[in-house]
Design a binder for this molecule. Structure first.
Ligand code: SAM
Length: 351
């Protein structure tokens, strides 16, 4: 079965990317602002750059080049997350599939290269459909096409959307009969939300899953800060390039005038807040224009681009239960670096 057309949630993020321009990467000539940027996202960027501390939403990382850089990060020695989660999935996908039962609709949030989900698809009994959701529309279309080719008989219905907004899942073909919805949210992407946002997001997932729904959640655990420091400050500088790419994207798509060389990638673990913070620190006092607005930066001032919260197993259980899920099983690796939880929507969940 071929993948259905990529459905796009309108008005929430730019969907008309000119890939030929993306290929040029940092330092390319600036272009006119991309009119495909919806006002709501433009306003989010401007408000973030006006706030103190200055912030940018991490969803901006994933243009075509950002998605490729993230893929490289996943293969780095220092970045233990991907290989550890993959090992957990290899060891336990069979148990996860047995718990989920036959005929489910698998909904993946932030599917990226959809590596881990293949292990689930291989293990699940007669999955009815696969609905990958991602903000990176080009990558999503490519990956959905590949999955459809690899799993003939599986209805693949990609949805290009910002999953922090309201979601309407694509219609499934009339002949698809399904049991329950199983959401999959790997990669510890849950850690990119501040805790109140994580709670709101998970409550939304519970609503999308509905009664009998399941969430398989991959989350990074608290650990030695040195391990975390290395993971977000790799020796090859790929994470730094990923971080700075957001400035190149704003230049290209929003007519901004950032000089990426004036910013240092700076990531560190804050053990009190339990998060890795990723920043772009201005090396000089200077002014840039973004979406027609002037933004002044002091020497040493940061633009906070991402947080990656690390949880203890107990904190994860509390978060899940406040969001309306019960923990049925949790699997970790021998060094307790990473955890995958099997959560079921609780009978008495509050909307
Ligand atoms: C950290 S990567 C994880 C990718 C993959 N799931 C994995 O485990 O390796 C986050 C993924 O979520 C997507 N993403 C980030 N923010 C998003 C948002 N607000 N809405 C939809 N997708 C988003 C990115 O494009 C990217 O593919």
């Amino acid at each position: 079965m071929t993948a259905g057309p990529v459905e796009r949630a309108p008005e929430r993020y730019p969907v008309t990317h000119d890939v030929s321009r993306h290929e040029a990467g940092e330092g390319e000539p600036r272009t006119a602002p991309n009119d495909a940027w919806p006002e709501v996202l433009r306003a989010e960027v401007v408000a973030g750059l006006r706030s103190r501390p200055k912030t940018l939403p991490p969803k901006l990382f994933y243009d075509e080049r950002g998605a490729r850089l993230f893929d490289q990060i996943c293969g780095l020695d220092e970045y233990y997350l991907t290989r550890t989660e993959l090992a957990i999935m290899r060891a336990h996908a069979g148990e996860m599939a047995a718990l989920a039962g036959a005929g489910c609709v698998l909904v993946e949030y932030g599917s990226g290269e959809a590596l881990k989900v293949r292990l689930l698809l291989d293990a699940l009994r007669e999955p009815a459909a696969y609905v990958p959701i991602d903000i990176s529309a080009e990558q999503l279309a490519r990956v959905a096409g590949a999955i459809a080719a690899e799993y003939p008989g599986l209805a693949v219905r990609p949805l290009a959307a910002d999953y922090t907004g309201p979601l309407t899942l694509p219609e499934l073909p009339a002949d698809v009969r399904s049991s329950r919805r199983v959401a999959y949210f790997p990669g510890s992407t849950i850690g990119n939300f501040h805790p109140p946002e994580a709670l709101a997001f998970l409550r939304g997932v519970a609503r999308v899953c509905g009664d009998e729904g399941v969430l398989l959640l991959g989350a990074d655990l608290r650990k030695d800060p040195a391990v975390l420091h290395a993971a977000y400050n790799d020796a090859a500088g790929v994470t730094a390039a990923f971080n700075r790419n957001v400035l190149a994207r704003l230049n290209r798509e929003l007519g901004a005038t950032f000089d990426a060389d004036l910013f240092r990638h700076y990531a560190y673990y804050n053990p009190v807040a339990g998060r890795v913070e990723m920043h772009l620190v201005s090396l000089e006092e200077h002014t840039v224009r973004v979406a027609g607005e002037r933004v002044s930066l002091d020497r040493g001032e940061s633009i906070w681009t991402e947080s990656s919260y690390k949880y203890s197993p107990c904190e994860l259980e509390t978060l899940a239960s406040r969001a309306g899920f019960e923990v049925v099983r949790a699997w970790t690796d021998a060094d307790a670096l990473f955890c995958v939880l099997y959560l079921e929507v609780s009978a008495g969940r509050r909307g």
